[in-house]
Write a protein that binds this ligand. Structure first.
Ligand code: ADP
Length: 256
């Protein structure tokens, strides 16, 4: 069995905890993510997908239970430690790219290194090497609003990868991309997963996008409701199973 790189045990998230507006968005989440996995998180809108991904990746603070990344319980870390831990281990990709519009693509990609006090002379070659690979070398002096959605997402991927993270967390990364750019992004993620063993956890509502993963985790009403492993299935067979599972779930809603 491969090494467990991330795990949640009885994780609960209550928004507005201890206030009259308290809302339990995640009830009892148990999951083990092995090194080198590529997981797709699906589920209806409001099911808790973003809450899940934020709480297992240091972005938000779970209310109860345990989350460990590389054996380290997130809750025990100070905010300084979390910052360093993130830089060492995690890369984030978001739907709206989250690039700073007042910074060039170069500056955006370099930001995690600058924040981690990497010497200036080491920053430029690292940014350029990655930009070359992601085919945005000629855009490094441009600002995000001078670039297309696909180009911006490439820059966001460079920023996520600049620290060479072992885990990539992505929330609807293809949400603002057309289908050609979405497919290209999935090929990039698949390659990182296959060739460099990067562990990827990705939220998406799209069965086609999920078909690039190796395991589907379906969240509903704040619980992990179902899981599906790709195993020996072809991508097409896996895709069909993902479509069927989503259709079954939707049918249940209709029948209620
Ligand atoms: P999904 O990503 O599956 O659409 P979310 O994780 O965004 O779902 O939300 C799960 C539930 O938690 C929803 O009912 C949502 O309204 C609620 N929720 C999300 N963020 C907050 C917040 N900051 N404060 C209170 N409730 C929230």
């Amino acid at each position: 069995m491969d090494e467990v790189i991330l795990e949640a045990e009885h994780m609960k998230k209550i928004y507005n905890y201890r206030t009259p507006n308290a809302f339990e968005a995640l009830h009892d989440i148990n999951i083990q993510v092995r090194k080198g996995e590529f997981i797709g998180i699906m589920g209806p809108s409001g099911a808790g997908k973003s809450t899940f991904i934020n709480n297992i990746s240091t972005i938000d603070q779970y209310t109860e239970g345990h989350v460990k990344i590389k054996g380290k319980e997130i809750r025990t870390m100070s905010s300084n430690e979390i910052g360093r831990f993130r830089f060492k281990n995690l890369g984030f990709i978001f739907q709206d790219f989250n690039l700073l519009n007042t910074h060039t693509l170069f500056e955006n990609i370099a930001l995690p290194l600058s924040l981690a006090d990497v010497p200036k002379k080491d920053i430029e070659p690292r940014v350029k090497a990655l930009a070359e690979k992601m085919k945005i070398m000629s855009l490094l002096d441009k600002f995000p609003n001078e670039c297309s959605g696909g180009q911006r997402q490439r820059a966001a991927i460079c920023r996520a990868l600049i620290n060479d993270p072992e885990i990539i967390v992505a929330d609807e990364p293809t949400g603002n991309l057309d289908s050609a750019n979405s497919t290209e992004l999935m090929h990039i993620l698949q390659q990182l997963n296959d060739e460099r063993g990067v562990t990827i956890i990705m939220v998406t509502h799209d069965p086609l996008i999920t078909s690039y993963t190796k395991r589907l985790v379906f969240i509903k009403d704040g619980y992990i409701e179902r899981e599906l492993e790709k195993g020996d299935m072809t991508q097409e067979e896996y895709f069909q199973k993902i479509v069927d599972l989503n259709a079954e779930e939707s049918r249940e809603v209709l029948q209620k």
